[in-house]
Ligand binder design. Structure first.
Ligand code: NIG
Ligand code: FE
Length: 397
């Protein structure tokens, strides 16, 4: 089965091929590999051809984009989608002046432990449908609201039903029953809990922060995961500065996430590494913290990704377009940088070379916008601009 999407007014390929980028001047500053009046041929779930619409090959099915923009499906490399309950009251209190603290996680843990698999699965599938409708075609999902062996195992198992990008985050916070024995909890995470969860997971993560886990504890968790064949990533620098970022870089983490508080040494370590820094604008929005300065990172040579961090505590949005808009408005990213970070950047944060770009051989994960240009993603915040979504060549929206 072949589908030709043609008459694309603006195609964001994320492929830095000068042959694809007409020398109009603006595109010289553009990491997005932009092509105008373009077409994309999809065959058997993969992209088979990309080029000028006038030269497009024939196909069984033709979709007329009517001059609108197409971008790669968003790659959301950080979410927590398997949980029970919500924390609307906590959000409301925060907006009335209360400060965010890691401890709120425990209330979601209680609701998650009490929920059945069917309840968690129905909710999870609802979230996946929600984010697909907003253009996300690849999503990473973490555990971390179980914090006992049986519940963490349920969470990674359920997450694995909907994505290959599953992260074991037993080290999210120390559960109440271990409050005075945090190192015994780390023993549990790195022992029986890891044994139960590793078969379902690709990634190992820890929340390295005051109120959660120290650098030494987080290192133990990541190293135990690595020894089991999992790949490391880390939550660090969300609520304050610390040494977690450099520890993660040293261990070869694919990504450090949050990075709201970074020292110059952290920035230099990231810039000299293959570790991506994943910014999560929804968190600063929903916790009323200062936004991180993406310009500082990009200008220093750090690879930046954008993700939603969908979770009931610190960021309950599943909208990559919303995150792009905030990153452009408040974190000093250009539109092109933000769209790149939400697609190709997310793919790097997940060490994926088959998503995040529109080029022959890549998965046919595409978003048709109801807009003439990707700029509208930031220019028209809150407006549902996603007209159609294809994942592996199949229409999902
Ligand atoms: O990424 N930072 C740690 N975990 C989540 C917050 C979880 C919660 O508050 O429930 C985050 O922001
Ligand atoms: Fe998170």
């Amino acid at each position: 089965m072949s589908t030709l999407i043609t008459n694309i007014g603006e195609l964001t390929t994320n492929v830095a091929d000068p042959a694809l980028t007409p020398p109009t001047g603006v595109e010289d500053l553009d990491p997005c590999g932009t092509l105008h009046d373009a077409a994309v041929l999809v065959e058997d779930g993969r992209i088979a051809w990309v080029g000028p619409a006038a030269e497009a090959p024939a196909a069984a099915e033709v979709v007329d984009a009517a001059g609108r923009a197409v971008v790669p499906g968003f790659v959301d490399s950080h979410s927590h989608l398997v949980f029970g309950g919500d924390r609307a009251a906590e959000f409301e209190a925060r907006m009335a002046g209360q400060k965010y603290a890691a401890g709120g996680i425990r209330s979601t843990v209680a609701a998650t432990r009490a929920a059945t698999d069917d309840e968690l699965r129905a909710r999870l599938r609802g979230f996946v449908a929600e984010l697909r409708a907003q253009g996300t075609t690849t999503v990473e999902i973490k555990s971390g609201y179980g914090l006992d062996v049986a519940t963490e195992e349920r969470l990674v198992r359920l997450a694995a039903e909907v994505t290959p990008e599953v992260t074991f985050l037993g080290a999210h916070v120390v559960p109440a029953e271990y409050a005075d024995r945090p190192d015994a909890y780390v023993d549990l995470v790195t022992g029986p809990m890891l044994d139960a969860c590793a078969p379902y997971a690709r990634w190992i993560d820890a929340f390295c922060e005051t109120g959660a886990f120290s650098v030494a504890q987080s290192r133990r968790v990541l190293e135990a995961g690595i020894a089991r064949g999992l790949l490391p990533r880390l939550h660090a620098g969300q609520l304050g500065p610390g040494d977690g970022v450099r520890m993660a870089v040293e261990l070869g983490a694919a990504s450090v996430d949050h990075g709201t508080f970074l020292s110059d040494e952290d920035v230099a370590a990231l810039a000299g590494s293959s570790t991506v820094l994943t910014l999560l604008p929804g968190v600063e929005f929903s916790t009323r913290q200062p936004y991180p300065d993406a310009r500082r990172l990009i200008d220093a040579g750090v690879t930046v990704a954008l993700a939603c961090d969908t979770n009931p505590g610190s960021s309950f949005t599943s909208s990559m377009p919303f995150c792009i808009a905030v990153a452009v408005r408040d974190m000093r990213m250009t539109v092109a940088e933000a769209v790149w970070a939400a697609t190709a950047g997310g793919a790097l944060a997940l060490r994926r070379d088959d998503v995040g770009r529109i080029a022959p051989g890549m998965r046919a994960d595409l978003v048709l916008l109801d807009a003439p240009t990707r700029v509208h993603l930031a220019y028209r915040p809150g407006v549902p601009l996603v007209a159609r979504v294809w994942k592996d060549g199949a229409p999902v929206v």
